[in-house]
Design a protein around this ligand. Structure first.
Ligand code: GUN
Ligand code: ZN
Length: 435
C-alpha cells in the first residue's frame, strides 16, 4: 500500500481551545502528514518525516494549510436546490419553500441526483463529514448513504420523521417512523463509514406518540445518533408551548420521549432557558450552531461565549438550505460576526476547532475524524491562504500565522480548497467540482 507524505503548514489540535486555551492549537509551519491505507500514520516536521520515511511519495503543497476536513454537523441535503430562497421566517419558509421541495424526493432518481450534487458540492468546499437530515422518504436516505459510500465519506444521516403539521405527502405515522427508521438502521448503520441518525424533524411536526416511538428506537439502537431542532425562532417556541402544554420547556418535550443524551445533536439552541442549558450539559448532548441560517432566517444570536464557558459541547454547521452557504469558511465567518454582536471576538483557532474537531466531538467521532493525529482516518484538506486577490493582498501583510489564516476564514470560499483527501484518497479535481 502506497505511503503518501503531504507537506505544508499543518494545523492540528492537542485539546479543545475553549477549555484549554489557544495553546491547544498546534502549528507546524514546515510540516507534514503521513498517510497510509486510509489512516494518518504521523504528523510532524517535514524534514524529520522525510528522513524517517524515505520511500513515501511526496506531495509538496508549499505554504498551503493542511487541516482535518471540515465537519458540518447539521444540514438538510434535500434543501440543496432551494438554498438562498428569499424573504421568509422559519415557519413560512418551511411551508413555502422546504416542504414542496422535499415532496420531490418521493422520486428516487431525483433523490440520487441531488445527493450526488450535494456531496460533490460539500467536498468542493472542503467538508468531508456531514450530519444531514433527509426527507421522510426512506429512498432519500438510501440515496444519500449510497452516494457517500461511493465517495468513501464518513457521514451521518436519517429519515426525517413527521406525522403532523406538514403536507400529507411528507407525513408518516408513529409506527411507520419507527419501522422505516429501523429498516434503514439495519441497512446502513455501521456499514463502512456510515452512521444512522434517528431524526424527528422537530417537536411541532411530531405527535408525542411519534417522539416516544423514536425514543424507544434510540434505546434499541444506542450507537445511533439522534438529530433534531431546538429553540430556533420565537414563533416556534410559542407553537411548541401550545402543542405541549405539559412540558416544562422545549427541551423537556424531547427529554420526556427519551431523546436526550450523549449522541443527541440539537440544531440552533438560541433561546434556551437556564434549565435547558443545565440538562443539555448534564446529559452530554451537543448544541449545533448554524450562524448563516440564524442570520438568514432571522432567528437570533447564539450565545457561543456563554455556552462554551459553561462546558457545553458545541458544533458548527451550515444548516443548508436555511443556511445560505455550503462553505464552512463562510460559516466560521458568520459565527465570528454573531459572536461579535454579543461582545466577544472568537479567535481563529476557536473557529477552526469548531469547524473540525468540535463537530467531530459533537457527532461522537472525535477519535476518528476532525483532527490530524496518528491513528485518525485520513480525511484532510489543503487550503490556499491566498486564493483570491482580496485575500492575498491582506494575508501578504500578515505577521503571524493566525493573521495569515483569518482573511481566508472571513473571505474564503471553495476557491481556497486546494486539495481534499477522503479516507486517504486524494480527490481528483473532476471529483471535486467547483461550487
Ligand atoms: N426547523 C424544522 N425544520 C427545519 C428546517 O428544515 N430548517 C431549519 N432551519 N429549521 C427547521
Ligand atoms: Zn435544520
Amino acid at each position: 500500500m502506497a505511503v503518501e507524505l503531504i507537506l505544508g503548514q499543518v494545523l492540528h489540535f492537542a485539546a479543545d481551545p475553549f477549555a484549554e486555551g489557544l495553546e491547544a492549537a498546534r502549528i507546524e509551519t514546515r510540516g507534514g502528514v503521513l498517510v497510509e491505507a486510509g489512516r494518518i500514520v504521523a504528523v510532524g516536521a517535514a524534514d524529520a518525516l522525510r528522513a524517517a520515511h524515505p520511500g513515501a511519495r511526496i506531495t509538496d503543497l508549499g505554504a498551503a494549510l493542511l487541516s482535518a476536513g471540515f465537519v458540518d454537523a447539521h444540514a438538510h441535503y434535500p434543501q440543496t436546490g432551494i438554498i438562498a430562497s428569499w424573504g421568509k421566517r422559519l415557519i413560512d419558509w418551511l411551508n413555502t419553500y422546504t416542504f414542496p421541495e422535499e415532496m420531490r424526493f418521493a422520486d428516487p432518481a431525483h433523490a440520487a441526483a441531488v445527493a450526488a450534487r450535494y456531496l460533490d458540492l460539500v467536498l468542493a468546499h472542503g467538508t468531508t463529514t456531514v450530519a444531514s437530515f433527509c426527507t421522510s422518504h426512506p429512498e432519500s436516505v438510501d440515496a444519500l448513504f449510497a452516494a457517500a459510500e461511493a465517495r468513501g465519506m464518513r457521514i451521518a444521516a436519517g429519515k426525517t420523521c413527521m406525522d403532523r403539521n406538514a403536507p400529507p405527502g411528507l407525513c408518516d405515522t408513529a409506527g411507520r417512523a419507527h419501522d422505516e427508521s429501523a429498516a434503514l438502521i439495519a441497512r446502513w448503520h455501521g456499514r463502512g463509514r456510515l452512521v444512522y441518525a434517528i431524526t424527528p424533524r422537530f417537536a411541532p411536526t411530531s405527535t408525542p406518540e411519534q417522539l416516544d416511538a423514536l425514543g424507544t428506537l434510540w434505546a434499541e439502537h444506542p450507537t445511533c445518533l439522534m438529530q433534531t431542532h431546538l429553540s430556533e425562532q420565537t414563533e416556534e417556541l410559542d407553537w411548541v408551548r401550545a402543542l405541549y402544554p405539559e412540558a416544562r420547556d422545549y427541551l423537556d418535550v424531547y427529554e420526556r420521549a427519551g431523546l436526550l443524551g450523549p449522541g443527541a445533536l440539537f440544531g440552533h439552541c438560541i433561546h434556551l432557558t437556564g434549565r435547558e442549558r443545565m440538562r443539555l450539559r448534564e446529559t452530554g448532548a451537543a448544541l449545533i450552531h448554524c450562524p448563516t441560517s440564524n442570520a438568514f432566517i432571522g432567528s437570533g444570536l447564539f450565545d457561543m461565549a456563554g455556552l462554551t464557558a459553561e462546558g457545553q459541547r458545541v458544533g458548527l454547521a451550515t444548516d443548508t438550505g436555511g443556511g445560505s452557504s455550503f462553505s464552512m469558511l463562510r460559516t466560521m465567518a458568520a459565527a465570528y460576526e454573531i459572536c461579535q454582536l454579543r461582545g466577544r471576538a472568537l479567535h481563529p483557532a476557536e473557529l477552526w476547532w469548531l469547524a473540525t474537531a468540535g463537530g467531530a466531538r459533537a457527532m461522537g467521532m472525535a477519535d476518528r475524524i476532525g483532527n490530524l493525529a496518528p491513528g485518525m482516518e485520513a480525511d484532510l484538506i489543503a487550503l490556499d491562504l491566498a486564493s483570491t486577490q482580496a485575500i492575498a493582498q491582506r494575508s501578504a501583510r500578515a505577521e503571524t500565522f493566525w493573521e495569515a489564516v483569518f482573511p481566508t476564514i472571513m473571505m474564503g470560499d471553495d476557491r481556497a480548497i486546494a486539495g481534499v483527501w477522503v479516507n486517504g484518497q486524494r480527490l481528483r479535481p473532476a471529483e471535486a467540482p467547483r461550487g
